[in-house]
Ligand binder design. Sequence first.
Ligand SMILES: [Zn+2]
Length: 85
Amino acid sequence: MYCPICYQEHEIDLVKKKETVTFKNQNLECILVYYRCGNMADDNEFVTGKMLNANLLAAKEAYRKQCGLLSSDEIRSIREKRPKS
Ligand SMILES: [Zn+2]
């Protein structure tokens, strides 16, 4: 794919990293995904809009877990158990 870091077409590593993010005044540990350009030593990470959304979702999910709320997956499974009207 086209790399916006070094402005070349090449294979880019998809990286998952456990990071602490601050969301709604809570420090949350969640797994964030991003691309890393192997051609550059520094400032070599970037995300697409899709990944940014996924990372935001991961942060929200971590926030729910930390606050003892249901995760969206759990809510979904509860909804699926209800009979359809
Ligand atoms: Zn690159």
